[in-house]
Design a protein around this ligand. Structure first.
Ligand SMILES: Cc1cc2nc3c(=O)[nH]c(=O)nc-3n(C[C@H](O)[C@H](O)[C@H](O)COP(=O)(O)O)c2cc1C
Length: 197
């Protein structure tokens, strides 16, 4: 039997081109975390990667009902955008999960999507080797206050996916009003992280 391996496309610097999926969960368009997502995307695009950014606020993602109809169907029975988004996550090389801190947690939009991925629980092996970045913003200037939010995200990646790789965190601390992040070091950090995908 012959096994045919196709060479993956490479970036200008010879690195393998990755499909980068950025999930921007803030309801604020051009808000602080959304801006950091754009900076990350700019860096990754300049490095030659294939980048797709999704604003969850523009998608229809309802709550998981915990009905487990997905056990028989292999996907969620709901006819909203979640099945397609989860499938996109499974085929990405790199996933950026971005959220504002809302009462020390990720926002409800991102949690809803994560919960809906339970419909593909049996396929979580496909996340082996998937690289994750977290972008988190908050009014508070202290990074430690983001720990609970990050632990929530890691409960999905580190604790539920064998072989998922956490590449880094962009701490958008000290940004309250829309756009305040533009004057803070996280801007450069997001761009550099994108370049180093
Ligand atoms: C519902 C809600 C809860 C929030 N909870 C916190 C919090 O616990 N700690 C904090 O520092 N900022 C909190 N904030 C402020 C946001 O995290 C901050 O404005 C952030 O920059 C929003 O990011 P965004 O522009 O990407 O939406 C909260 C804001 C809202 C609307």
């Amino acid at each position: 039997m012959y096994v045919v391996e196709f060479a993956r496309p490479v970036c200008y610097n010879g690195n393998v081109m990755k499909h980068v999926l950025i999930i921007s969960a803030s309801p604020r368009k051009a808000g602080n975390s959304d801006i950091l997502c754009d900076e990350f995307a700019r860096g990754a695009q300049e490095a030659g990667h294939d980048v797709e950014k999704i604003r969850l606020a523009e998608k229809d993602v309802g709550y998981c009902l915990g009905c487990y109809a997905c056990r028989k169907l292999g996907k969620c029975f709901k006819k909203d955008d979640a099945n397609g988004l989860v499938e996109k996550m499974m085929s990405a090389d790199t996933i950026v999960l971005s959220t504002p801190v809302y009462f020390y947690s990720m926002d409800a939009q991102l949690k809803a999507l994560i919960d809906r991925s339970v419909s593909r629980w049996n396929d979580f092996g496909r996340f082996t080797g998937t690289e994750f970045w977290f972008i988190v913003t908050a009014a508070d200037g202290n990074r430690d206050m983001m720990n609970a939010t990050l632990e929530g995200l890691r409960g999905f990646t580190r604790d539920c996916m064998d072989g998922a790789v956490e590449r880094g965190v962009i701490y958008g601390t000290g940004a309250y009003e829309k756009g305040e992040i533009r004057n803070l070091p996280a801007m450069h950090e997001a761009y550099e992280a994108g370049k180093n995908v």
